[in-house]
Write a protein of this length. Structure first.
Length: 532
């Protein structure tokens, strides 16, 4: 081959190879976490192979490709790159796939939680728009060069054959390590989920069966029941050796406080229906006994007349209270659960300073709950069933309120000293190194809970502490399980024995396998609470 021919061949390979390499790099990015920045990978994009084969075939059939078709191909490529990057970033930051239809509703709350100024939101939107426009122009330039290279007749069959061979290789399971995860199934799943929501008719045909709410609750003997959903409390606190070691002392202090109050604890694990967020799905699963791992199932559940633990307790003479310091807007769909009282962030009566987006520290919430619902002697009032989702261990875990020994101060307008406030607000918030703040928030939970149950709580109170979900992947790590701890705290030995017979272990560190999905815990509680 002459020097001129070699130069032409090299030029042709360069014209084809560089744009293909660039597109492949964009379509095969990975994000091992925990940060938001993607990284290149040495893998092939199966979609790019398919597009190259289709383009070669089209050019061979039609003798060329129109500018409109190339613009369409560039637009599809832009969407593909966007979907892939959103997917891998969500997995890295939150440890779970993103559900745009549902998670998109809470984007405003997420921005408000982190106090993002309006100008930054606007600048970010402009930057994203500019980035997408640049990505589109880059993809268009690449496809134009690829189409120009494919216009040469001689090498075109070889390119098509190579693309077809790669596609055939993707069908062989042992070769999947050479290919990046396809984007098409991810996009198809989101479209399917959104379509299912849009055509949902409100019936409960898609939901799992409800448990039998036919017990009498007699085993409780009229005891108050406090159901604490511990925010972001997952088994990473048990299974990660470093985290478990750092929480060993707070656990020991909690056990000492419980013993001083005449109480004991048994524990188990269950599998949460969600990960790193979507706490409401965990609440709905346990309170209804219906599987809410599919986000659509939760939305459909609220439109039904399914029975709930709340209505079950209510039917047996309990006053039912939803104590929701994290709820900062009207929640009309919450009527599904059937509480006698809904107390949101405004209705708790907290008069102290706000701590971050969630405003009301958990210890203050507990102090207000006790004063308003639990302080009176049980003999002079109806028993309480209270559901209290905590907020202080919510990401980013700071600012974190200090523990206050004088609980009465928490009812007034100045529960914290200036020095305490200054220290709390000066502690740094870090999304890159979140574990120290997370462990501090869990230790804070054990401190105020131990103090309350050790000296202030009603004598017969049954406390259920249920983790709603694991913390995000920056804390729990890549590939973490979805299991969460469940703790049962009471001085009623007969009741504790019933829990132990159901698979619960003494102490705060359950090591056995999960009892099952969270929604099955509702049926377990109903059986244990029944006198038969």
């Amino acid at each position: 081959m002459s020097g001129a021919a070699l130069a032409r061949a090299a030029g042709w390979l360069l014209a084809l190879g560089l744009p293909l390499a660039l597109l492949n790099a964009l379509l095969t990015l990975v994000n091992p976490g925990p940060g938001p920045w993607p990284q290149p990978s040495a893998r092939l994009s199966v979609e790019l192979c398919a597009a190259l084969l289709a383009l070669a075939g089209w050019i061979a059939w039609r003798g060329g490709v129109s500018g409109r078709a190339l613009h369409g191909l560039a637009a599809v490529t832009t969407v593909w790159v966007l979907v892939r990057n959103v997917e891998i970033t969500a997995a890295a930051l939150f440890g779970r796939p993103l559900h745009p239809y549902w998670d998109g509703r809470h984007l405003g709350d997420l921005l408000a939680m982190n106090a993002v100024p309006g100008w930054q939101i606007g600048a970010g939107a402009l930057a994203i728009g500019a980035g997408l426009a640049l990505l589109y122009r880059l993809a268009l330039a690449c496809w134009r060069r690829i189409a120009g290279a494919l216009a040469r007749r001689a090498p075109r069959p070889w390119i098509a054959a190579a693309s077809l061979a790669l596609l055939a290789g993707f069908a062989v399971p042992d070769t999947h390590d050479f290919f990046s995860r396809p984007v098409a199934p991810v996009l198809a799943r989101h479209v399917q989920m959104a379509a299912a929501q849009l055509v949902a008719d409100g019936t409960d045909a898609r939901l799992t069966p409800s448990p039998a709410f036919d017990g009498d609750l007699a085993a409780l003997r009229g005891a108050d029941v406090l159901l604490l959903f511990a925010e972001s409390y997952g088994v990473t606190t048990l299974d990660d050796p470093a985290q478990s070691a750092q929480l060993a002392q707070p656990r020991a202090q909690l056990l000492q406080a419980l013993a001083a109050g005449g109480r004991r604890v048994v524990s188990a694990r269950v599998q949460s229906p969600t990960f790193a967020g979507g706490s409401w799905r965990a609440h709905g699963a346990l309170l209804s006994g219906v599987d809410t791992r599919d986000p659509l199932a939760y939305d459909l559940l609220l439109a039904t007349q399914r029975p709930t633990l709340v209505r079950h307790f209510q039917a047996h003479g309990y006053r039912t209270v939803s104590w929701m310091p994290g709820l900062q807007r009207p929640w009309p769909e919450g009527r599904f659960f059937g509480f006698d009282r809904y107390a949101d962030a405004q209705g708790l009566g907290y008069r102290g300073p706000a701590f971050g987006q969630w405003r009301v520290p958990d210890q203050a919430s507990m102090a207000l709950l006790h004063a308003q619902e639990l302080a009176a002697a049980p003999q002079g009032r109806a028993p309480r069933f209270v559901v209290f989702p905590t907020v202080s261990s919510h990401a980013p875990f700071r600012p974190l309120a200090p523990y206050v020994a004088d609980w009465e101060r928490l009812l007034g307008p100045q529960p914290y000293s200036e020095a305490q406030l200054s220290h709390a607000f000066d502690e740094p918030v870090s999304w890159r190194e979140p574990v120290p703040a997370y462990l501090q928030s869990v230790a804070y939970t054990w401190e105020w809970l131990g103090a309350y149950l050790g000296a202030r709580a009603p004598a017969g109170l049954l406390t259920l502490v249920v983790g709603d979900h694991q913390p995000f992947a920056g804390v729990s790590g890549t590939g973490a399980s979805w299991d969460v701890p469940v703790h049962v705290i009471t001085g009623d030995e007969a009741l504790l024995q019933r829990f132990e017979a159901a698979g619960f272990e003494p102490g705060l560190e359950p090591r056995g396998p999960a009892l099952g999905p969270m929604h099955t815990l509702a049926a377990t509680l109903l059986r244990i609470f029944d006198a038969s």
